[in-house]
Design a protein around this ligand. Structure first.
Ligand SMILES: [Fe+2]
Length: 231
């Protein structure tokens, strides 16, 4: 067998899988690991979908209130701001939600970390990662979603969770947090195995800026072309 070339940086082992590197290894994971406690890895799935469909789903800001409706009970997603920096971008979302009924606080203490309005700051690193920055009274969260192509029609997802506790209660919800994210990824995997990815898009919805960003970068990678999609 051919040995796999590895790059070891701080706490992390990276590989380009034998392919010629098109982008350098970002420093963001090292920055997070220095400041935050590693809670665990979760949501690892190999999904029967091509990497573009996977990325489109993960950067579709409308899918929270469809795919994850039961879980988060998000009623609406408002994209407040999108900062397009080429292969790197930020999205700021405001997501009003219903009060929990399905996931009661007794059953799932992670509900304590979910307010009436979910404010999300997503930082996107094309193509391999989406980073959710979460902040509330209990904790600061770094949810690092990795996206990897395995074959033409098979892609892998996993999530690394980092946390900074602002209250002792935060330590009690670590396991629930890992479980919660695992359910999120399970829902994504289910949808991705059901959609018809080759169906031409006929309707343009709002909140598609993340998907536009994915499409533009996918076509020109690793170069970045116009237009700039900042909102
Ligand atoms: Fe999702």
């Amino acid at each position: 067998m051919q040995p796999l070339e590895l790059v070891i940086e701080g706490d992390f082992v990276w590989t380009y899988g034998g392919y010629e590197p098109k982008i350098s290894i970002p420093n963001i994971m090292n920055e997070i690991a220095v400041d935050y406690e590693f809670i665990g890895a979760t949501g690892e799935r190999s999904i029967a979908t091509d990497i573009l469909s996977l990325l489109l789903n993960m950067h579709d800001y409308n899918h929270q209130n469809g795919t994850h409706r039961e879980l988060f009970e998000i009623e609406e997603v408002q994209v407040k701001k999108f900062i397009d920096e080429g292969l790197h971008s930020h999205a700021y979302l405001t997501q009003p939600r219903k009060l929990p009924t399905f996931w009661e606080i007794v059953k799932n203490p992670a509900q304590l970390a979910m307010p009436k309005i979910l404010e999300a700051h997503l930082e996107n690193f094309f193509p391999f990662m989406g980073l959710m920055h979460g902040n509330n009274k209990l904790l600061s969260l770094k949810e690092c979603h990795f996206y990897l192509p395995e074959t033409e029609n098979q892609s892998r997802v996993f999530v690394l969770i980092y946390m900074k506790a602002h209250s002792p209660i935060a330590h009690l919800i670590k396991k629930n947090l890992l479980k919660l994210i695992d359910v999120v990824i399970e829902q994504d995997a289910k949808i991705l195995s059901k959609i018809y990815t080759n169906t031409p898009q006929k309707v343009k919805l709002n909140n598609e800026v993340g998907m536009d960003w994915v499409r533009r970068n996918f076509e020109s990678f690793p170069a970045v072309t116009e237009p700039n999609l900042s909102l």
